[in-house]
Design a protein around this ligand. Sequence first.
Ligand SMILES: *Cc1c(COP(=O)(O)O)cnc(C)c1O
Length: 386
Amino acid sequence: MLKACANLPLRAKCWAVKIPLSRVYIDDAIKQRILAAVDSENFILGKECTAFEQELAAHTATKHCVLTSSWTSGVHMLLLALGVKAGDEIIVPSHTAFPSVEPIVQVGAKPIFIDVDESYTLDVKQLESLITPRTVGILPVHLYGHPADLARVKAIAEKRKLLWIEDCAQAQGAAWNGKKVGSIAPYGAFSFFPSKNLTVFGDGGCITLNDDAIAEKLRMMRNHGRKDKYVHEFVGFNMRFNEMQAAVGREQLKHLDDFNARRRQAVVWYRERLKEIPGVQLPIEREGCTPVYHMFVVQVEKREALAKHLKEQGIGTGVHYPVPNHQQPAMTKLYKDLPKLPVTEKIVDRILSLPIFPKITEAEVSEVCQQIGAFMKKSEKAMVTV
Ligand SMILES: *Cc1c(COP(=O)(O)O)cnc(C)c1O
């Protein structure tokens, strides 16, 4: 740590990060797989990609998995393949990563923002009131790795004949009533961005589904609408995946269940220690859900001050997300009738993501909690003396 600081100009602030917010898993086996992929002299959509698709489909328990260049490109293609068009509306939580919203807008449809409940996933009680004659779909997000309340979403989607897509970008391996996310709705969308639970060493994503025709269409669409090498059936995209990343992903997938179990263990350690500290609100686990804690998010009154204190102690934190999507400039420029979402607007000032990654140790979790305890005590005292 000190060595890294030695190269910096004296005046530069250098907080050595002792415990980062997240950490990508890298090992020699993965590095070897990359070299082997290079030696194969196959670079795009080859054997590694085919095998990765089969292994992902098996892990999710779906018939098909179609690899894409990212979650965002996968959902963009999926919405086009399903015929979503200008004037259509899709219900999506505001409290999610901005990309959840982008493909909806890119195909000309309108995102209808819904508030979240205490699980940080869409508040299904509000779903029916948001449905209009223009509604064509619902995009529940399994935020922070916690499955959304899919029973109500499924019932409403089926009754109203709406398409629904699970945003599984933060929840790979999570389960809902014993089923893996991505296999419950007709379509699941995943991301392998290097902070997610299953990562590659770059961008990537996939769509999981059982529908043969849509799977075939997506495979063609990601590859310039190709039917075969020289025949283009329709105008598509280049949203392909590549062999080196597939090799990395296949190696990471071997560890995914173990890594998710480790994340859950880290949360057990966090809960044991944080429940003693007043003023720290812990996340809930809804019955029937097995979340995979892409993030471990607590709520506190003095979020910024606590984040600063932790940073000074070498502890990384994050805020996911400080600006809700219905208040993003990209949205306020496009739409004049954006809703007020009281829960989302309240929590964005209180949420703080604490360090979590598969290899985090009990000692590291203890240190984070000790520092939170010390900060809370200090700020309590400050309140009393005021
Ligand atoms: C990361 C993320 C995305 C976007 O994934 P990309 O692969 O970067 O396009 C979408 N939704 C959620 C909830 C995410 O966390």
